[in-house]
Write a protein that binds this ligand. Structure first.
Ligand SMILES: Cc1ncc(COP(=O)(O)O)c(C=O)c1O
Length: 329
């Protein structure tokens, strides 16, 4: 509903719920279950998945988040995502609402309450409501929120034909902010909007020294001209759980001779542009091939063999690996 003079009414609580439901009916969403420490429980009606406006995560971006995948009734690699969540909390000076075990338990129970077997689980930590100041309100209680939802989906074309990306004109985040998964995603949002406006699929951040950084919500990796799987160092980009896992799983490809080696190092743009394959890696995209970067066609302009092999390794790990938590539906 657009803002207009006739919308100036003082609403009752019941009317607020009616309006929230109307909002959701205008814009259906795939949100299946939401836990809020502020509500003290789980709701399954998307109209009720709300936060107080003065929560510090809303008005100052003082919050962190992470996302794990739900695959065939099991949660994939949750411990790695929780490790990163706790690191992000510490760097953001956010108090935890309970122990790691408590948070894991809430994540698993909210997933069970969703009844869904496939999707994504995103969870947030905020410093809580209570004022509109810069620093958290006195006595603010940390907020913990868990959303079980349909996940981000990407066009089949990305995997069959490959993506086209551009070097973003937006500056990369300073290392402290890039390695912390905080809710401040303005550069990432602007980068993706810029790429879409240019008719492309995504952007790539380059650091001040001319090395490759990462993409909007995904890491970037390469197969170099001499067949090495090369990934940028994690000191100035997010340590993607997918990247870290694939760097381990790729050892089997090295043994089979599919790749010649695995390197985590600075990757100068000039070298990267001449690679055989360029890849996007992330929990939502899994592994996707990039076939064009600015004016440069990557490799032979088609998805390559290492893309295929890595995607297969990841999908196997997500279904049959040893990093799965069964959801007690
Ligand atoms: C900025 C950024 N880089 C990389 C990634 C990939 O991380 P992951 O593999 O844990 O999804 C994400 C997604 O979480 C991200 O937001």
């Amino acid at each position: 509903m657009a803002v207009s003079g006739s919308s100036f009414q003082v609403l009752t609580a019941d009317e607020v719920v009616v309006h929230l439901k109307a909002l959701r009916s205008r814009q259906p969403v795939n949100y299946w279950a939401f836990y809020s420490s502020q509500l003290g429980g789980i709701v399954t009606d998307p109209a009720l998945m709300v936060l107080p406006f003065d929560d510090h995560m809303v008005h100052r971006g003082h919050g962190i988040f992470d996302t794990a995948g739900l695959v065939d009734g099991r949660i994939y690699d949750l411990e790695a995502h929780l490790d990163r969540f706790l690191l992000s909390a510490e760097r953001s000076k956010l108090r935890l609402p309970g122990s790691r075990d408590d948070m894991r338990d809430i994540i698993v129970k909210t997933t069970a309450a969703s009844g869904r077997r496939d999707g994504s689980i995103r969870y947030w930590l905020s410093s809580g409501p209570g004022s509109l100041e810069l620093t958290p309100a006195a006595g603010a209680e940390p907020g913990f929120f868990v959303m079980v939802f349909g996940g981000l989906s990407y066009p089949e074309r990305w995997y069959a034909e490959g993506l086209k990306v551009m070097t973003t004109t937006y500056p990369i985040k300073a290392p402290l902010y890039a390695i912390t998964k905080a809710t401040n995603y303005l550069p990432n949002v602007l980068m993706q909007m810029e790429a879409k406006a240019a008719g492309l699929d995504n952007g790539v951040f380059i650091d001040e020294d001319g090395n490759v950084g990462e993409s909007s919500n995904m890491n970037v990796a390469f197969v170099t001209r001499n067949g090495v799987l090369a990934h940028p160092k994690f000191d100035h980009i997010l340590a993607g759980c997918t990247s870290l896992r694939l760097l381990e799983l790729a050892e089997s490809l090295r043994q089979q001779g599919v790749i010649k080696g695995i390197e985590v190092r600075d990757i100068p743009v000039a070298e990267a542009r001449l690679c055989r394959e360029m890849l996007l890696l992330g929990s939502s995209v899994k592994v996707a091939p990039i076939v064009q970067w600015d004016d440069q066609v990557i490799g032979d302009g088609k998805p390559g063999p290492v893309f295929n092999a890595l995607l297969r390794l990841l999908e196997d790990d997500m279904r049959k690996g040893d990093r799965l938590i069964a959801v007690p539906y």
